[in-house]
Design a binder for this molecule. Structure first.
Ligand SMILES: Nc1ncnc2c1ncn2[C@@H]1O[C@H](COP(=O)(O)OP(=O)(O)O)[C@@H](O)[C@H]1O
Ligand SMILES: [Mg+2]
Length: 276
């Protein structure tokens, strides 16, 4: 039998770390009076699809902003790939560029082309002058075109954003994020306004990109059914607190947070949270 050689101090590149996001007792506030999130504990495995579901105003977008370091916690600990978000830390700043964030409004520049929007994802890799003048090297343009093809928009590189359908705009936002060569993809209600068929096409595209790039996708959803269909875990947020963390195992929905709720109780709770 082949023996596995254990080295005492393996090089860092050989260590595969499992948890990509960890939050421990995280509280955060916009106005120092009310907390938008209270006592959040969560742990997200690398390469998984993690969904966040909850009513409007429950704190879903705030949770993504914490993961993207657009907000800092008032209390508690956040680790992103084992690093505490800190803009003064070079290691963190470098890592931050590999977080692809798609805001709810997608953040596309409407009167420019698909190609120009996708190329924005490569800006952190350019030098200062290239970046200021938006002078993209040929290999980045080639890469952008490859990704545009990957998201199913081949032949439409020079179309302006305002000409596109809702589904196509989402494909552009995904392509811009993939252009960052991300390790984490954060998407805020990216399929909420789409019809069922288009929503599933976009979700399939994300799952496909995840497999190709070993990406961790963290997605805010409105539709619990869709979240459960695609996600390994679904966190349910209510009034700033994480009340459940569920996933599908066989025919059952399992509550991984407390472990003491039945599928029926969970579904009843979910309809309270998202259908009201
Ligand atoms: N920029 C902001 N300034 C003040 N309060 C905010 C701001 N953004 C969100 N909030 C408040 O924080 C809470 C959570 O909001 P949010 O995370 O946007 O919820 P969701 O994404 O689940 O709809 C809400 O009470 C909301 O009013
Ligand atoms: Mg929101």
């Amino acid at each position: 039998m082949k023996q596995i050689q254990m080295t005492k101090n393996p090089p860092f590149s050989l260590i595969s770390t499992k948890k990509i996001i960890q939050m421990s007792d995280v509280w955060t506030s916009y106005d120092s009076k009310n907390f938008a999130l209270e006592g959040i504990n969560l742990s997200i495995d690398r390469g998984t699809n993690y969904s966040i579901v909850g009513q409007s105003g429950s704190g879903k977008s705030t949770l993504l902003k914490l993961m993207n370091s657009m907000m800092i916690p008032s209390k508690g600990i956040i680790k992103i790939d084992y690093i505490t978000p800190n803009m003064n830390d070079k290691k963190f700043k470098k890592m931050m560029h590999t977080i692809g964030y798609i805001p709810q409004n997608l953040g596309l520049i409407k009167n420019t082309t698909i190609l120009e929007n996708v190329l924005i994802g490569s800006l952190p890799r350019l030098n200062k002058i290239q970046s200021l003048l938006k002078k993209f090297p040929e290999h980045e343009i080639k890469e952008a075109k490859r990704i545009i093809q990957l998201v199913g928009l081949m032949g439409k590189e020079y179309r302006k954003i305002y000409m596109l359908s809702g589904g196509e705009k989402r494909r552009v936002a995904i392509a811009r994020a993939l252009m960052q060569k991300p390790t984490i993809l954060l998407a805020d209600e990216i399929v909420s306004e789409l019809d069922h068929v288009t929503a599933r096409e976009i979700m399939d595209l994300i799952v496909d990109a995840q497999k190709r790039m070993n990406l961790t996708a963290i997605m805010v959803h409105h539709d619990m059914q869709l979240a459960l269909e695609y996600a390994n875990r679904v966190a349910v947020i209510k009034e700033g607190r994480k009340i459940l963390e569920i996933g599908v195992e066989g025919d059952n929905i399992v509550d991984f947070q407390t472990g003491d709720m039945t599928t029926e109780e969970i579904m009843e709770m979910y309809s309270d949270d998202t259908k009201k």
